[in-house]
Design a protein around this ligand. Structure first.
Ligand SMILES: C[S@@+](CC[C@H](N)C(=O)[O-])C[C@H]1O[C@@H](n2cnc3c(N)ncnc32)[C@H](O)[C@@H]1O
Length: 278
Protein backbone atom coordinates (compact mmCIF):
# COMPACT_ATOMS: atom_id res chain seq x y z
CA UNK A 1 0.00 0.00 0.00
CA UNK A 2 1.41 3.40 -0.95
CA UNK A 3 2.02 5.89 1.84
CA UNK A 4 -0.45 8.57 2.85
CA UNK A 5 0.43 11.98 1.52
CA UNK A 6 -0.94 15.36 2.42
CA UNK A 7 -0.85 18.70 0.71
CA UNK A 8 -1.84 21.79 2.64
CA UNK A 9 -2.70 23.58 -0.58
CA UNK A 10 -5.72 21.35 -1.12
CA UNK A 11 -7.38 21.97 2.26
CA UNK A 12 -11.18 22.02 2.04
CA UNK A 13 -13.41 23.35 4.80
CA UNK A 14 -14.26 20.61 7.33
CA UNK A 15 -17.71 19.17 6.60
CA UNK A 16 -19.43 19.81 9.97
CA UNK A 17 -22.89 18.26 10.42
CA UNK A 18 -24.31 19.22 7.06
CA UNK A 19 -22.55 18.03 3.95
CA UNK A 20 -25.09 18.87 1.24
CA UNK A 21 -28.75 19.70 0.53
CA UNK A 22 -28.47 23.19 2.03
CA UNK A 23 -28.12 25.01 -1.28
CA UNK A 24 -24.33 25.05 -1.39
CA UNK A 25 -24.32 23.34 -4.80
CA UNK A 26 -26.38 26.12 -6.38
CA UNK A 27 -24.25 28.69 -4.58
CA UNK A 28 -21.19 27.10 -6.15
CA UNK A 29 -22.74 27.46 -9.60
CA UNK A 30 -23.63 31.13 -9.03
CA UNK A 31 -20.20 31.85 -7.64
CA UNK A 32 -18.49 30.36 -10.70
CA UNK A 33 -20.78 32.13 -13.18
CA UNK A 34 -20.27 35.46 -11.39
CA UNK A 35 -16.50 35.09 -11.48
CA UNK A 36 -15.08 38.31 -13.01
CA UNK A 37 -12.76 36.10 -15.09
CA UNK A 38 -15.56 33.88 -16.40
CA UNK A 39 -14.35 34.14 -19.97
CA UNK A 40 -11.06 32.58 -18.86
CA UNK A 41 -12.94 29.59 -17.44
CA UNK A 42 -14.69 28.71 -20.70
CA UNK A 43 -13.27 25.50 -22.19
CA UNK A 44 -10.84 25.45 -19.29
CA UNK A 45 -11.36 22.30 -17.16
CA UNK A 46 -8.34 23.05 -14.94
CA UNK A 47 -9.57 26.59 -14.28
CA UNK A 48 -13.01 25.32 -13.26
CA UNK A 49 -11.54 22.69 -10.96
CA UNK A 50 -9.45 25.43 -9.33
CA UNK A 51 -12.57 27.57 -8.93
CA UNK A 52 -14.41 24.65 -7.27
CA UNK A 53 -11.41 23.98 -5.00
CA UNK A 54 -11.31 27.67 -4.03
CA UNK A 55 -15.03 27.59 -3.16
CA UNK A 56 -14.43 24.57 -0.90
CA UNK A 57 -11.55 26.34 0.83
CA UNK A 58 -13.31 29.66 1.25
CA UNK A 59 -17.06 28.92 1.48
CA UNK A 60 -18.35 25.39 1.99
CA UNK A 61 -17.06 21.85 2.06
CA UNK A 62 -18.10 19.89 -1.04
CA UNK A 63 -17.80 16.10 -1.21
CA UNK A 64 -15.57 16.11 -4.31
CA UNK A 65 -12.72 13.67 -4.79
CA UNK A 66 -10.23 16.57 -4.71
CA UNK A 67 -7.05 17.09 -6.70
CA UNK A 68 -4.74 14.70 -4.91
CA UNK A 69 -6.87 11.55 -5.18
CA UNK A 70 -8.00 12.48 -8.69
CA UNK A 71 -4.37 12.61 -9.85
CA UNK A 72 -3.88 8.95 -8.91
CA UNK A 73 -6.77 7.87 -11.13
CA UNK A 74 -5.79 10.26 -13.96
CA UNK A 75 -2.44 8.48 -14.13
CA UNK A 76 -4.27 5.21 -14.88
CA UNK A 77 -6.48 6.92 -17.47
CA UNK A 78 -3.38 8.27 -19.23
CA UNK A 79 -1.69 4.86 -19.13
CA UNK A 80 -4.62 2.59 -20.05
CA UNK A 81 -6.51 4.98 -22.38
CA UNK A 82 -10.07 3.82 -21.61
CA UNK A 83 -12.61 4.50 -24.32
CA UNK A 84 -15.84 4.14 -22.30
CA UNK A 85 -15.93 5.05 -18.62
CA UNK A 86 -18.85 5.14 -16.19
CA UNK A 87 -18.79 6.81 -12.79
CA UNK A 88 -21.31 6.08 -10.07
CA UNK A 89 -22.01 9.27 -8.10
CA UNK A 90 -21.37 12.51 -9.97
CA UNK A 91 -22.39 15.20 -7.41
CA UNK A 92 -21.56 18.65 -8.85
CA UNK A 93 -19.27 17.33 -11.57
CA UNK A 94 -15.77 17.71 -10.13
CA UNK A 95 -14.69 14.13 -10.89
CA UNK A 96 -16.56 14.14 -14.22
CA UNK A 97 -14.59 17.23 -15.27
CA UNK A 98 -11.20 15.97 -14.13
CA UNK A 99 -11.65 12.41 -15.45
CA UNK A 100 -13.65 13.42 -18.54
CA UNK A 101 -10.82 15.75 -19.50
CA UNK A 102 -8.27 12.97 -18.87
CA UNK A 103 -10.29 10.50 -21.00
CA UNK A 104 -10.53 13.06 -23.81
CA UNK A 105 -6.78 13.75 -23.70
CA UNK A 106 -6.13 9.99 -23.78
CA UNK A 107 -8.22 9.67 -26.96
CA UNK A 108 -11.25 8.06 -25.27
CA UNK A 109 -14.84 8.46 -26.44
CA UNK A 110 -17.16 8.95 -23.49
CA UNK A 111 -17.41 9.47 -19.77
CA UNK A 112 -20.87 8.82 -18.36
CA UNK A 113 -21.63 10.15 -14.89
CA UNK A 114 -24.60 8.64 -13.04
CA UNK A 115 -26.16 10.89 -10.40
CA UNK A 116 -29.44 10.24 -8.66
CA UNK A 117 -30.10 13.82 -7.54
CA UNK A 118 -31.45 15.93 -10.42
CA UNK A 119 -30.29 19.21 -8.89
CA UNK A 120 -26.70 18.02 -8.43
CA UNK A 121 -26.83 16.66 -11.98
CA UNK A 122 -28.03 20.03 -13.32
CA UNK A 123 -25.15 21.83 -11.58
CA UNK A 124 -22.73 19.24 -12.96
CA UNK A 125 -24.04 19.60 -16.54
CA UNK A 126 -23.71 23.35 -16.40
CA UNK A 127 -20.08 23.16 -15.21
CA UNK A 128 -19.23 20.38 -17.68
CA UNK A 129 -20.55 22.53 -20.54
CA UNK A 130 -18.56 25.52 -19.28
CA UNK A 131 -15.47 23.29 -19.21
CA UNK A 132 -16.04 22.48 -22.89
CA UNK A 133 -16.48 18.79 -22.16
CA UNK A 134 -20.12 18.44 -23.24
CA UNK A 135 -19.04 16.40 -26.27
CA UNK A 136 -17.53 13.65 -24.18
CA UNK A 137 -19.13 13.79 -20.72
CA UNK A 138 -22.78 12.85 -20.29
CA UNK A 139 -24.63 13.11 -16.98
CA UNK A 140 -27.52 10.68 -16.52
CA UNK A 141 -29.98 11.22 -13.66
CA UNK A 142 -31.31 8.27 -11.70
CA UNK A 143 -30.33 5.47 -9.38
CA UNK A 144 -27.15 3.75 -10.51
CA UNK A 145 -28.66 0.26 -10.64
CA UNK A 146 -31.61 1.39 -12.79
CA UNK A 147 -29.40 3.30 -15.22
CA UNK A 148 -26.79 0.57 -15.49
CA UNK A 149 -29.50 -1.93 -16.48
CA UNK A 150 -31.07 0.53 -18.89
CA UNK A 151 -27.79 1.41 -20.59
CA UNK A 152 -26.92 -2.25 -21.09
CA UNK A 153 -30.37 -3.44 -22.19
CA UNK A 154 -30.88 -0.50 -24.56
CA UNK A 155 -27.54 -1.28 -26.19
CA UNK A 156 -26.06 2.09 -25.24
CA UNK A 157 -23.10 0.39 -23.61
CA UNK A 158 -21.77 -3.07 -24.35
CA UNK A 159 -18.96 -3.14 -21.77
CA UNK A 160 -16.78 -0.75 -19.78
CA UNK A 161 -13.08 -0.03 -19.99
CA UNK A 162 -13.24 1.65 -16.61
CA UNK A 163 -15.73 1.93 -13.73
CA UNK A 164 -15.31 4.56 -11.02
CA UNK A 165 -17.28 4.03 -7.80
CA UNK A 166 -17.96 7.08 -5.67
CA UNK A 167 -21.63 7.01 -4.62
CA UNK A 168 -22.75 5.49 -1.28
CA UNK A 169 -20.34 2.94 0.08
CA UNK A 170 -23.05 0.39 0.87
CA UNK A 171 -23.78 0.21 -2.86
CA UNK A 172 -20.24 -0.42 -4.11
CA UNK A 173 -20.37 -4.21 -3.85
CA UNK A 174 -23.88 -4.64 -5.19
CA UNK A 175 -23.37 -2.30 -8.15
CA UNK A 176 -20.06 -3.97 -8.99
CA UNK A 177 -21.84 -7.34 -8.94
CA UNK A 178 -24.61 -5.91 -11.11
CA UNK A 179 -22.01 -4.66 -13.62
CA UNK A 180 -20.49 -8.13 -13.68
CA UNK A 181 -23.86 -9.82 -14.20
CA UNK A 182 -24.72 -7.42 -17.02
CA UNK A 183 -21.33 -8.00 -18.69
CA UNK A 184 -20.40 -4.35 -18.21
CA UNK A 185 -17.40 -5.24 -16.07
CA UNK A 186 -15.44 -7.90 -17.93
CA UNK A 187 -11.87 -9.17 -17.99
CA UNK A 188 -9.64 -6.13 -18.41
CA UNK A 189 -12.05 -3.53 -16.97
CA UNK A 190 -10.30 -1.13 -14.60
CA UNK A 191 -12.27 -0.69 -11.37
CA UNK A 192 -11.40 2.39 -9.32
CA UNK A 193 -12.99 3.22 -5.99
CA UNK A 194 -12.84 6.30 -3.83
CA UNK A 195 -13.17 6.05 -0.03
CA UNK A 196 -11.61 2.61 -0.02
CA UNK A 197 -9.95 2.76 3.36
CA UNK A 198 -11.44 5.77 5.18
CA UNK A 199 -13.91 4.16 7.55
CA UNK A 200 -13.47 0.88 5.75
CA UNK A 201 -15.75 -0.74 3.24
CA UNK A 202 -15.23 -4.42 4.02
CA UNK A 203 -18.26 -5.43 1.95
CA UNK A 204 -16.53 -4.17 -1.16
CA UNK A 205 -12.88 -4.86 -0.29
CA UNK A 206 -13.63 -8.45 0.81
CA UNK A 207 -15.45 -9.00 -2.47
CA UNK A 208 -12.56 -7.63 -4.54
CA UNK A 209 -10.16 -9.93 -2.72
CA UNK A 210 -12.34 -13.09 -2.83
CA UNK A 211 -11.24 -16.16 -4.75
CA UNK A 212 -13.40 -17.82 -7.39
CA UNK A 213 -14.14 -20.67 -4.95
CA UNK A 214 -15.21 -18.24 -2.21
CA UNK A 215 -17.52 -16.41 -4.60
CA UNK A 216 -19.03 -19.60 -5.93
CA UNK A 217 -19.72 -20.91 -2.45
CA UNK A 218 -21.21 -17.53 -1.41
CA UNK A 219 -23.56 -17.72 -4.41
CA UNK A 220 -24.49 -21.31 -3.53
CA UNK A 221 -25.18 -20.50 0.12
CA UNK A 222 -27.01 -17.22 -0.55
CA UNK A 223 -26.99 -14.24 1.85
CA UNK A 224 -26.89 -14.93 5.58
CA UNK A 225 -30.21 -14.40 7.37
CA UNK A 226 -28.85 -11.44 9.35
CA UNK A 227 -26.75 -9.91 6.55
CA UNK A 228 -29.17 -7.10 5.73
CA UNK A 229 -29.42 -6.11 9.40
CA UNK A 230 -25.65 -6.19 9.85
CA UNK A 231 -25.17 -3.97 6.79
CA UNK A 232 -27.73 -1.49 8.08
CA UNK A 233 -25.95 -1.41 11.46
CA UNK A 234 -22.66 -0.58 9.73
CA UNK A 235 -23.86 1.85 7.10
CA UNK A 236 -26.95 3.32 8.73
CA UNK A 237 -30.56 2.33 8.14
CA UNK A 238 -32.85 2.97 5.22
CA UNK A 239 -30.48 4.93 3.04
CA UNK A 240 -30.69 2.76 -0.04
CA UNK A 241 -32.39 -0.40 -1.24
CA UNK A 242 -30.18 -3.31 -0.46
CA UNK A 243 -30.04 -6.10 -2.99
CA UNK A 244 -28.31 -9.12 -1.52
CA UNK A 245 -29.46 -11.51 -4.25
CA UNK A 246 -27.05 -10.41 -6.96
CA UNK A 247 -24.69 -13.18 -7.98
CA UNK A 248 -22.11 -11.17 -9.93
CA UNK A 249 -19.73 -13.15 -12.08
CA UNK A 250 -17.81 -15.42 -9.70
CA UNK A 251 -15.35 -16.28 -12.48
CA UNK A 252 -13.92 -12.74 -12.41
CA UNK A 253 -10.98 -12.01 -10.14
CA UNK A 254 -9.49 -8.61 -9.32
CA UNK A 255 -5.83 -7.79 -9.44
CA UNK A 256 -5.26 -4.90 -7.04
CA UNK A 257 -2.98 -2.50 -8.90
CA UNK A 258 -2.73 0.14 -6.20
CA UNK A 259 -4.26 1.20 -2.92
CA UNK A 260 -3.19 4.70 -2.03
CA UNK A 261 -3.84 6.12 1.39
CA UNK A 262 -4.21 9.85 1.21
CA UNK A 263 -5.52 12.62 3.38
CA UNK A 264 -8.93 13.89 2.30
CA UNK A 265 -9.02 17.55 1.20
CA UNK A 266 -10.59 18.32 4.62
CA UNK A 267 -7.84 16.50 6.53
CA UNK A 268 -9.50 13.10 7.19
CA UNK A 269 -7.56 9.94 6.23
CA UNK A 270 -8.90 8.15 3.17
CA UNK A 271 -7.86 5.99 0.27
CA UNK A 272 -8.32 5.17 -3.38
CA UNK A 273 -8.18 1.65 -4.84
CA UNK A 274 -7.40 0.72 -8.41
CA UNK A 275 -8.00 -2.87 -9.53
CA UNK A 276 -8.26 -4.72 -12.81
CA UNK A 277 -10.74 -7.51 -13.51
CA UNK A 278 -8.91 -10.59 -14.74
C1 LIG B 1 -19.24 11.61 -2.87
S1 LIG B 1 -20.43 12.23 -3.96
C2 LIG B 1 -19.66 12.07 -5.53
C3 LIG B 1 -18.51 12.99 -5.73
C4 LIG B 1 -18.01 13.06 -7.15
N1 LIG B 1 -17.67 11.74 -7.67
C5 LIG B 1 -16.77 13.94 -7.21
O1 LIG B 1 -15.71 13.48 -6.78
O2 LIG B 1 -16.88 15.06 -7.67
C6 LIG B 1 -21.63 10.95 -3.99
C7 LIG B 1 -22.77 11.20 -4.95
O3 LIG B 1 -23.41 9.97 -5.19
C8 LIG B 1 -24.78 10.22 -5.41
N2 LIG B 1 -25.48 8.95 -5.25
C9 LIG B 1 -25.76 8.29 -4.11
N3 LIG B 1 -26.41 7.15 -4.36
C10 LIG B 1 -26.53 7.07 -5.71
C11 LIG B 1 -27.10 6.12 -6.57
N4 LIG B 1 -27.69 5.03 -6.11
N5 LIG B 1 -27.05 6.35 -7.89
C12 LIG B 1 -26.46 7.48 -8.39
N6 LIG B 1 -25.92 8.42 -7.60
C13 LIG B 1 -25.94 8.22 -6.27
C14 LIG B 1 -25.11 11.29 -4.38
O4 LIG B 1 -26.29 11.99 -4.71
C15 LIG B 1 -23.85 12.14 -4.41
O5 LIG B 1 -24.00 13.22 -5.29
Amino acid sequence: MAEATSDKAEEYKVPGNIWFNDGRDVELLRSIYSNPSLSKLRNNPAGILDAIDNFTREKYFLMNIGARKAAIICKYIADTKPSTVVELGGYVGYSAIVFGDAVKRAGGQRFISLERDPLFAAVARSLIDLAGLGDIVKVVVGKSNDILRFMKLSGEIESLDMLFLDHWKVLYRQDLKLCEELGLVIKGTLVCADNYTATGNPLFSDYLLSSIEEKKSAVKEGPRADEGEKIKETFGPGREDLNLDLKGNPELLYEILEIVEVVEPDGRPDGVAVARAT
